[in-house]
Design a protein around this ligand. Sequence first.
Ligand code: BGC
Length: 246
Amino acid sequence: MNVFGVDIGGSGIKGAPVDLARGDLAEPRHKVLTPHPATPESVADGVAEVVTHFGWSGPVGITFPGVVTGSVIRTAANVDKKWIDTDAGKLLGDRLGLPVTVLNDADAAGVAEMTFGAGRGRKGTVLVLTFGTGIGSALFVDGTLVPNTELGHLELHGHDAEKHASTKVKDDEDLSWHHWAHRVQKYLAHVEMLFSPALIVVGGGVSRKSDKFLPLIEGIRAEILPAQLQNNAGIVGAAMSAAPKN
Ligand code: BGC
């Protein structure tokens, strides 16, 4: 069956109907730029534009780049602070007139990778990290998600880690692949010290270019794999979260 997935990111809001049997987009995705400021109202307009583009009616899963408990937003590092304490499920459900589910973006990407991608069938501790505007994390123990881990905000060299090693920082500071890979390596070493994962899956848009930086990362004991669903993992995971339960 198909369910709609929307991924709200720091730079774009993208979505598509997802074929849940294949874990892949059923149609090419539609994307609008994330409005600035990314207030609840302006982002809701963007989400509505993406969903109506397909004339969709049915359940919609939506990711958010912050902590989500139930359907309430608790943090907003890279979007407008007005989101904090907003019931996104109610706001977006009313705006779309459709049943919606809301979850953290990295958790959604992680669930998709664990089901259809690089983490499929993997037991033990697995970490899925997404590198983009921020750094997102999804922690799995024997396939079960521990939600809202927020490991992008670990302290690294006295900084919020995502302010040091996200893809946005690479672009903003015009870092070479070598220089950025070194920062990512330091970050992975820190995460490994805390969690000793057997596998680290590296996702986000930059995972398309994993050959440019993963070979430069050394000294990490965990197996490191690029995400297989690449930048569609969030959309697929969002749709999975909204699938009607039997
Ligand atoms: C947010 C996380 C999010 C990550 C990736 C971080 O700034 O705090 O919730 O998963 O960015 O978007």
